[in-house]
Ligand binder design. Sequence first.
Ligand SMILES: [Zn+2]
Length: 366
Amino acid sequence: MTGAVEVVAGVDIGGTTTQVVLCAADLRVVDRVAVPTPAAEGGGAMTDAALDAVRLLLGRTAARLLGVGVGAAGVVDARAGRILVASDSFRDWAGFPVTAAVQEGLGVPAYLDNDVNAFLRGEAVGGAAAGEPHVLGMTLGTGVGGALWLDGRLYDGPHGAAGEIGHVPGFGDLPCTCGGRGHLETLASGRAIAARYAERVAGSEVEGVDRAGPPERAEEAGRGQLPGRVRESGQGRGADRAVGLREAEAGGRAGEVRPALSARAVAELAARGDQDALAVFEAAGVAVARAVLVTAGLLDVTSCVVGGGVSRAWSLLEPPLLAALAAEPPVSGHPVRVRPALLGDDAVAIGAAARARAELGVGSRV
Ligand SMILES: [Zn+2]
C-alpha cells in the first residue's frame, strides 16, 4: 500500500454524454469531466471513451484508483456486469460486457448498474435522501424511471426491474411508449407533458377557444432539446429514457397530436399562468403523488426523490403533488417526504461510484 489518496471513479454512460467523476472515500467529488458518448460506434468505442475520460482525470491527480462503478441506460445485469437490453440509439451495446472491459482497461474492479438505480443510490447515499433507509427514486425524463432503496440498500428484484413505477397501470387510459396503457409515464414524462399539452391546445382550437399562439416553438431550440447540456442527471429509464428532457419524439401513432412545444416550453408557459400548461403539470404532479402513495402503501417507504428534467419544474409539480399526498395519507399514518434530487448532473456517476465504494468496502458505510 502506498500513502496516496484513494479514489473511486463513477461513470454515467448516457445517450449523448458520458459523465465521469472521481470520488474520495467519503464520496466527495474531487474531479469530473463530461465527454460525448460515441453511441453509434458501438460498445467498445463507448467504453473506450469512458476509460479515456477516467484516465484523463487520473492524470490530473496523484490519487490511486481503487475501482470503477458504471451506470448505464437500459436493462443491465448488475451481477454479471453486462448490458441486457439497450435502445436502438446504442449500437452493439446489448450484450456488451461492460465491467470486463473496464477491468481490463484500468486494472481495477468494476461494477455496473442501471442508471436509475445508480441515480437513487447517489441520492440515498449523498443527496436528497442522504442516510434514509427506505426511499423511492423516480426520474421524470423523456420517460419515467423508478428504483427502490429498502433497508439501506438497493433492491432491484430478480429481473433488475423492481421499482419501475413508470410502467404500472392505474394512471388513466392513455397509450404508453412501452405498449401498455394508463401508465405513469403517459402523464409525467417530458414526452407526455409535451403531448398532453399539444392535445389540450388542439382541443381548444377545435372548440374555437381564442388563445394566443405559443411564444416559443420547440424547433427553435434545436428540436426542443434543452440548451447547453442535453444529458441530464438520472433521467427516465429503459432504453433511451436516460437522456434528458427532450422534445417529444412526436408522431408515429394514428390520431396523435404532434407536440409543437417541448416540456420545458410548456413549463415556461405554466409559470406564466397558461391554464392548459398548468393543467398538464397538475395532472403530472397528482400522478406522481399517486405513484408515491401506491409505493408507500406497498413498501412503507418514507421518502421519495424525484429527478430528471421534468423535476426542474418543481415549483409547478410540488403544489398538486403535496395536495394529493395530503388528501390520501398512507395507512401507516406517516406522511411521505417527496423532494427533488440534489446531485444534478452528477447523480448517476456518484451513485455508480458509491456502488464501487460499497463493493470494495471503502469508506465507513454505504
Ligand atoms: Zn408504459
